[in-house]
Design a protein. Sequence first.
Length: 399
Amino acid sequence: MKTQVAIIGAGPAGMMLAHMLKRAGIDCLVLERRDRAYVEGRVRAGVLEQTTVSILENLGLADRLKREGLPHDGFSISCDGKQFRIDLAGLTSGSRVTVYGQQEVMKDLFDAAPARGLDVVFDAENVALHDIDSSSPSVSWTKDGRSHRVACAFIAGCDGYHGVSRAAIPATVISEHEKAYPFGWLGILAEVPPCSHELIYASHERGFALASMRSQSRSRYYIQVGLDEDIEAWPDDRVWDELAARLGPDADAHMKRGPSFEKSVAPLRSYVCEPMRYGRLFLAGDAAHIVPPTGAKGLNLASSDVLFLAEALITHNKTGSTSALDEYSQRALARVWKAERFSWWFTHLTHRFPTSTSLERKLQIAEMDYLAGSVAARTALAENYVGLPLAGELHHRPR
Ligand code: FAD
Ligand code: DHB
């Protein structure tokens, strides 16, 4: 078996890359360890930057997103119950974000695949990378007890933080930068209308909380919990009570409670692997970097990575030049590090750290007060939240 690009992982990074390459006439094969229902069922990201929306539009995959996605021009921050608004559109000359679940993005990417001749192998077990530092790499896997191997020109490692791609790079040629946070996010989905028409990020003495949504009738909420927290210790009533306390009286007054139909705890981590390339293997998305979810950057970074990677592979395919491929890692990392910084900063501003002192809490409150009162500070937050440009200068004129 032969293909031009073997893509490992059918998450957002792998599937967007596959669509981009296929549209440019580059042959590829996607290998995914799980089945489609599992990948599509994972409840994760909810906020798409305009760059991600534009990628999906350019691929002709945004019809449903345009119909069902919820454009948001701002969000609120609540600090110990007092709210102020970040006017995203007003502070960035009209940029906005779109609330559209990762599950919906995955459904759109998968639904369009067969008609476009995109090959996705689900339930591919024991995926292994071979000869990645040679000019003739290959990938092997087993499925239904049978062994397979595909020879390729390049491999795209889009298999998330726990995948095999990054692990195939010798430890001596990469630098890893990591911080694990001493808490997680407990998230619920419930079939109730959101408590506010915009998201609310809350910093409270009791910890962080986030009110988000998937539609006008479906809410997504998160609360900061301890890492060793047993999910059984969080029956719905306790989650709703905690949300009410942390989000504050305005949100509580409009919060509709109901049974949750999804509940899980996710750990928080900042992580970057440099460079994002070894030989003929290119890493993209969570395989190369992780951000804490505060600020909603993970899926959006996966999108910009694969846009840069697709451009480089297409240039190589057209001209034979490797210069764009050689620049991929540096180009991607320039955007990655800024999003890492933003997610780390927003996490520190809004979460309670077990080791934090009264001084640190007072400093958080002072920074919140500063944000509430300073257009310059809110502009810095807004331009990061809507997504930094793919290249070059920021062009918004703060109002
Ligand atoms: P993944 O989605 O992890 O996909 C990797 C794929 O590779 C998976 O399908 C996996 O099964 C497959 N795979 C793994 N190992 C192998 C193997 N050995 N062989 C073959 N296949 C393999 N991001 C945002 O932008 N906005 C948000 O609002 C947001 N909220 C989040 C909330 C939560 C609770 C969490 C957990 C994450 C959130 N994120 C958010 C982050 C976002 O979900 C991820 O950054 C995104 O899924 C990364 O996509 P990916 O394709 O790189 O990796
Ligand atoms: C959601 C997740 C995030 O991490 C975030 O910052 C905003 C919204 C969500 O799942 O809706």
